[in-house]
Every structure is written in C-alpha cells, then in structure tokens.
Design a protein around this ligand. Structure first.
Ligand code: NAP
Length: 518
C-alpha cells in the first residue's frame, strides 16, 4: 500500500482513519499515495486555526507578516526540484507547465512579501482620508481596515495544486488571517508536501497554516461569522458553496472562482500575414496546449473576421500538428497528460457535445503518444473545432471542455464579435489582437463589464506581454457571472477580502492615531 498522506490540523499531523483515496500518476497509471480526512475533529481544527493561529498572526505587523511570506518563499525555493518531480508524477505536466504552477506560486508570494513590506509596521490599514461629519471639522469619519478575526477556508481545484494555494494564502496570511487549505483531491500531493515543508521549517506561528486532504465533507459546516471561504472549481460546486447554510446564516464572505468560456478576438485590421494575426495564432496554440488546456483562463473560443476564418484555421492547425504529446519525462514531449482518467473522459464527452454543433478543423486526439501507453495514459492531443454559424452554435458558448480544445468562430463586424464574447455570460479573460490602438481601446472598454481581465496584444508588445492565460498578482483575477463573480489578486486590493472595513467616527485627535502601530 502507498503512503497515507497525513493532514495538518490543530498544530499536528493527523492521518485520516479511513483507507484513503488513491492518487495516481496519470501517465503511468501507478498509485502514488493516498489521502483521507475521515475522523478528523474539524471543530477543533477550525477552532485552533481561528484562535491560536489568528491571534498570533494579528499580533504581528504587516511588515512582520510580509517577512513570513518571504520565509515561505525560501522554503519553497529550497525544495523546488522535489515539487517538479511531484508535479510530473501526479499532474502529468511537462517542466514548462509545472513552472506555471510552482514558480508562479513562488513569484506571487514574493510579490506580496514586497508589497507587505511597504505597508510597514502597522496593524491597522487606513482606508481613505477623514471626512467631517458636520459643519465644523471637530467630529469626523475615517474608514479603517482590520483583519477579520476568523479563518480562511481555501477550497481549491485540481489544476493548480501549488499556485492555487499560494495565490490565496499570500494575501490571507499577509492580512493576518490563518489558512486552512483543502486541495482538489486528484493532485493533492503537491499542496500537502508544500505545507509539510513550510510546517517543518517552522517559519509560521502555530495554527497559521493547515491542510486537509480528501473529502470536503463537513468543512463548510465549520464556518462561523468572521470566517471567509475562497473557492475555485466548477460552477456547479461553486453554487453549492454559495448556497451553503453556513454562508447564508453567518454572512460568511465567499469568493467563487468558477469556470469560464474565455475568448480571443482578432480585430478586422489584422489580416493574414500581419504581425497581429501571427500573435493570435501563437497565443491560441499556447493556450490550448499549456497544461493540456486545463487552465481556467485558457482560450476556448476564437473569434475572427469571417474573411480570415480559413486562414486562421490553417495557421493554428499547422502549429498544433507540431505539438508532441505523451510522457512528460521524455524531453521531446511538449504536452503532457490530463490529471486523471475522469478528466480524460470528461474531455472526450465534452468534445462530442461540441461536435454536434461544430466541425473538426484539426484533430490531434488520435495522434500517437510519445513514450506512453494510450490504454493507460490520460493524454489527448489538441483539437480545433470550428463552425461558420457562430450564433447558432449555442453549446460552444456554454460548455467548457477542460482540455486542449478550442472553437473557431467567424464574426461579421466588431459589434457581432463583442456580442459573441458576451455570450460567455461573464468570463475571466479575453484577449484582443490588432495594430489599431484606438479600435483596440474601444473594444477593450466594450468587453470590460463582462470580463475580469482584457489582455490587449499589439505588435508593440508582441515579445513582452505576459500571456493571455497567465495570472499576474498585479492584475485582477476573477470574472462576473458564470466565472463566479470573484475577485482575487490585483495587488493589495486582494487584502480587502480578508479584512473588515469600519468607519470610525471621532475627533481629529483620535482619528490621527488610527492606522499607526497599535
Ligand atoms: P470541482 O469538482 O468543483 O472541485 C473543486 C474543489 O471543490 C475540490 O477541492 C473539490 O474536492 C471541492 N468540492 C467538491 N464538492 C464540494 C462540496 N460539496 N463542498 C465543498 N467542496 C467541494 O472542480 P475541479 O474539477 O477540481 O476543477 C475544475 C474546474 O475548476 C474547471 O471548471 C475550471 O474552470 C475551474 N477553475 C477555475 C479557476 C478560476 O480561477 N476561476 C481556476 C482553476 C479551475 P474534491 O477534489 O475532493 O472533489
């Protein structure tokens, strides 16, 4: 039997009392470890984090907590090679794709450490200036932000076991709020191992960081008045979280990052042969293949001028044909596998649904795998679908196939393209490609209300832009409507979720003493 990975709660490592759920290598099919949360005393786990962890964190200043993040960065950097091995084994990702998860997490933590350092040695954040409440300025109002005296429950998806943990834990810990993370089960090993290393290094106060692997049963029931829950996953589970009795009864703040039908839009001026045209082709291929398309931000719909439909299909297909798929341990492989057989089946089923309304423009799904047994490995090559009836293909705007799949859609004019993008019903990100700055600016504003992020790519930034699907800590991550309505990252704004805002009404003398060391 493989090792049963213990949970870390109430300040100690505790194994579940059940046999555990096995975690697999999705390429070789071998069992790697097991996880189980059966029998844990969750009330004690949450209470310890809330009381012991919370009190210890809130006793520190923002600068001191920023130093904790810096210390976590050092621990993770020291164990980086091991994390890459775990990602290869448990997520089936090639090195470049593991980097998005692992180095992306380290970068995000480091960035929050720098921002936190600049906040200085205070325990209260001033929020705007004092405003007089009457005719004379003798009695005023000033808003402050203080850490919520609860726990942050982070429920994460399987596709980012590292980044998903730290992009949330960084602002939470910097805010002074203890974290309990529940990773997506199929890839939980990396999350568990990172927490283990940080715990072993002794860099955080007791109770500041806990990990519970395996079933989510009972976790939401533990939430109390000042707790927050930050969820990433499917829209279906997101709806369960949002409507959970603990959330409604205790007004628990819930951030939901759900699925999204992201798009890319080639502007009318970007004809075949133009730089902007090539940039779209490159980005679509990258988004379809990075992490085998298992990215919440990946491009699912590609909108192009009707006249360029065939040229775009041909150019994307030609590049996809060069993508080698298989065992990530083989240096010649560019795209590894999906995380599990369940995901492979879900992608195949999703493809059939889309194929009822779209044709196949490029099919890599039957191509031979490199160094992997197709009967065992959860690999599937990229598939580009397309339909000339962009309006009639309703499923294309509704069904997220969480794999290396995108659909090409022609538009008549820019208003039509914008309308098609909006049919995603709220998305995390869209990217625009063209060389006409004024037109791009206008379209960006038209799409802003329905997208958390609009990524505009012109030839001027062709080599320097950060990538359609790359989530940078400086920018908002989250989207309205179907994308869950969440808001993560975006610099220090991310701290708002973990703070309580209060208006202090007092004399200027008292107000002058708020927001300084206490
Ligand atoms: P999922 O099935 O919804 O699971 C997400 C997490 O919720 C997992 O940890 C899961 O645990 C847990 N969970 C399941 N049922 C629960 C319940 N009743 N109460 C509390 N927790 C529960 O999603 P997934 O399949 O892991 O992830 C893929 C989806 O995530 C895709 O749709 C993708 O678009 C989305 N995603 C969105 C973002 C974003 O930032 N917007 C980022 C990444 C992924 P188990 O694993 O144990 O079932």
């Amino acid at each position: 039997m493989t090792e049963l990975l213990p949970n870390f709660v109430a300040g100690r490592w505790q194994a579940g009392s059940g046999e555990g759920v096995p975690l697999f290598d999705p390429v070789l099919g071998t069992e790697l470890a097991r996880v189980d949360a059966t029998g844990l005393d969750l009330t004690n786990a949450f209470g310890f984090a809330r009381d012991t962890g919370g009190a210890a964190l809130r006793a520190l200043t923002y600068r001191e907590r920023a130093a904790l993040l810096g210390a976590i960065v050092k621990v993770l950097q020291a164990n980086r090679d091991l994390y890459y091995d775990i990602a290869t084994a448990n997520s089936g990702t090639v090195k470049n794709d593991s980097a998005v998860d692992i180095d992306g997490a380290i970068f995000t933590l480091g960035q929050y450490a720098r921002w936190g350092e600049a906040l200085g040695d205070v325990r209260v954040l001033a929020d705007g200036d004092a405003v007089k409440l009457g005719k004379e300025p003798v009695f005023q109002s000033r808003h402050i932000q203080v850490p919520t005296p609860g726990v942050a429950l982070l429920i994460n998806a399987f596709n980012f076991p590292s980044w998903g943990l730290w992009e949330k834990a960084a602002p939470a810990l910097l805010s002074g709020v203890p974290v309990i993370v529940k990773p997506g089960t199929s890839t939980a090993w990396l999350t568990q191992r990172m927490v283990r290393d940080v715990v072993d290094a002794g860099v955080l106060p007791a109770g500041a960081l806990s990990v519970i692997c395996g079933s989510s049963q009972g976790l939401m029931d533990q939430l109390q008045v000042f707790d927050v829950v930050s969820f990433t996953g499917s829209a279906e589970t997101g709806a369960v979280i949002r409507s959970h009795p603990s959330v409604s009864k205790h007004s628990v703040r819930a951030n939901i990052e759900a699925d999204s039908l992201n798009s890319a839009l080639l502007l009318p001026d970007a004809a075949p042969g133009s730089e902007a045209f090539d940039l779209l082709v490159r980005e679509v291929v990258r988004e379809m293949t990075v992490k085998s398309g298992q990215k919440c931000t990946a491009i699912r719909r590609v909108m192009v001028p009707a006249a360029h439909y065939d040229a775009v299909a041909e150019a994307i297909g030609a590049k996809l044909a060069a993508v080698t798929v298989g065992n990530p341990r083989n240096e010649s492989v560019r795209m590894g596998s999906l995380v599990s057989r369940a995901q492979l089946n879900a992608v195949r089923e999703g493809l059939e649904v889309l194929k009822a309304q779209a044709g196949v423009l490029y099919d890599g799904s039957q191509a031979p795998l490199v160094d992997a047994d197709p009967a065992v490995a959860c690999c599937i090559g990229p598939v580009l679908l397309g339909t000339r009836d962009a309006d009639g293909a309703g499923r294309v705007h509704e069904v997220e196939v969480f794999g290396p799949v995108a659909t090409l859609l022609p538009y008549r004019d820019i208003d039509h393209a914008v309308a098609l993008a909006h049919r995603g019903q709220g998305s995390l990100v869209t990217s625009l490609y063209g060389a006409d700055d004024a037109a791009l600016g206008q379209v960006a504003v038209q799409l802003a209300a329905s997208h958390g992020r609009v990524h505009v790519i012109t030839p001027a930034v062709g080599k320097t832009h950060t990538g359609h699907g790359n989530v940078m800590p400086m920018s908002l991550h989250g989207g309205p409507g179907r994308a869950g309505g969440g808001a993560e990252l975006g610099g220090l704004r991310a701290l708002d979720f973990y703070h309580r805002r209060s208006a202090i009404q007092a004399s200027p003398e008292v107000l002058a003493r708020l927001g300084t060391a206490s």
